[in-house]
Design a protein around this ligand. Structure first.
Ligand SMILES: [Zn+2]
Length: 407
């Protein structure tokens, strides 16, 4: 286990529940930001990723872009039809309020955009901070999570950038933690040493960081250094500055690879084969609609190498090795999995209270969970409101899978 700086105690998976459901050895999802996406490029991406390759990833949107430096950036205001074309589950803050000239942002914008989401019947499950947006929660700024400020004379002012309550009202249950991890495969137990080796990709630097971390831990030194490293969990409980709790997750990648050219490198066949071989889950950080500088005039938006990487991902999925899904679905799976309680033959999915207030057929629809051992005599499967319809797939005597029908 990583020396912990998890701020809040968190439920961990029952050891009998396998990390991933049968038959998958790893799980990949994309977490793409919509920055810089022109409509022609959006159409090419939609055609390739969702229509041609049929990859079940989700996308993110700007509700409205006010960015005067990127006047043709796709948003829901100009292109409401994008929502119906392929799955979306992420909002990139309340819109693009960066480089918006004299136009500012305050809580009333969030209220207006919340109404837009409700009118469109769109309930995003994930929030991702954008650039230096003043209403960010965890990335560059934390103003979005602070309800009020107090000045030096003791006066209290309501913070007009505070919208965390409205973000939840929109449906959001998962928040990007503002970090990028270079460790391929989260949700794997790594020793502190292994973690630093994988994070740095270098034996020498990894060993040095590991020693620094360990020595600091022992003597209570270098807290800032150690706090950068949250361990290799896929998600954590975070206490926001308004006191509320929420789930946060890191994304996998490298800052300089977060564009359509870089995606080909990040998801290169050798890397995805490695992910499958070592296991774990991967929430890959990218900007699908962004080209690396120098590629502005390329005829095609998606370069051949990125197409090849995506085709390989599709083939690993077809072969039953690499699970693919939307980002929200993957996070839901992890929370449901970690809140499955086993007592004898009684299997109970409990509500965690942050992502789920109740767990029943609707919440479990389409999910499956693999459990070690033989199927217990008289097995029962309950949610928070009683028995849940399911089927059981046996893998000999050593494991079985609980499957829940699609809604
Ligand atoms: Zn952004």
């Amino acid at each position: 286990m990583i020396a912990g700086n998890t701020p809040v105690k968190q439920r961990v998976r029952d050891g009998r529940v396998q990390a991933l459901p049968h038959p998958w050895s790893a799980w990949l999802t994309l977490s793409s930001d919509p920055d810089n996406t022109r409509h022609a490029d959006w159409k090419e991406l939609d055609r390739l990723i969702w229509q041609e390759l049929g990859l079940p990833f989700s996308d993110s949107v700007f509700i409205r872009s006010y960015n005067i430096q990127l006047p043709d950036q796709v948003d829901l205001h100009g292109h409401p039809e994008v929502l119906g074309s392929h799955p979306h589950d992420t909002i990139h803050t309340w819109g693009d309020f960066m480089f918006a000239g004299t136009r500012g942002f305050d809580r009333s914008d969030a209220e207006a955009h919340l109404r837009t989401l409700e009118q469109m019947n769109f309930r995003p499950r994930v929030w991702v901070d954008h650039s230096m947006f003043i209403g960010n929660l965890l990335h560059n700024h934390k103003f979005g999570g602070i309800p009020e400020f107090k000045d030096a004379s003791g006066y209290t002012y309501a913070n007009q950038y505070y919208t965390l309550d409205l973000i939840r009202k929109a449906g959001v249950r998962y928040f990007w933690d503002g970090t990028i991890t270079s460790v391929l495969g989260q949700d794997r137990e790594l020793s502190l040493r292994q973690y630093h080796l994988e994070r740095t990709g270098s034996g020498r630097r990894g060993t040095l960081d590991w020693m620094k971390h360990k020595v600091g831990d022992t003597f209570g030194l270098g807290k800032a250094f150690r706090d950068q490293f949250q361990g290799n969990q896929a998600y954590r409980v975070h206490r926001f500055l308004d006191g509320s709790l929420g789930y946060v997750f890191p994304r996998y990648g490298r800052w300089e690879l977060a564009d359509i050219q870089g995606l080909g490198v990040l998801l290169a066949p050798a890397m995805m084969d490695r992910l499958v071989a070592q296991g774990g889950i991967c929430m890959a950080y990218t900007h699908l609609g962004k080209r690396k500088a120098g590629h502005e005039n390329d005829a095609e938006h998606v370069p051949a190498s990125t197409r090849k990487s995506l085709e390989h991902v599709a083939s690993l999925h077809r072969d039953g090795k690499l699970m693919l899904s939307s980002l929200g679905r993957l996070l839901d799976y992890l929370v449901l999995r970690d809140h499955l309680t086993i007592q004898g033959a009684a299997f109970t999915f409990t509500a965690d209270g942050l992502a789920f207030d109740t767990v029943g057929p609707h919440e479990l629809a389409g999910h499956s969970f693999t459990i070690k051992g033989a199927v217990p005599q008289g097995i029962t499967v309950h949610g928070t409101k009683g028995a849940v319809p399911h089927s059981i797939l046996r893998h000999g005597d050593h494991a079985f899978t609980l499957q829940f029908p699609e809604a």
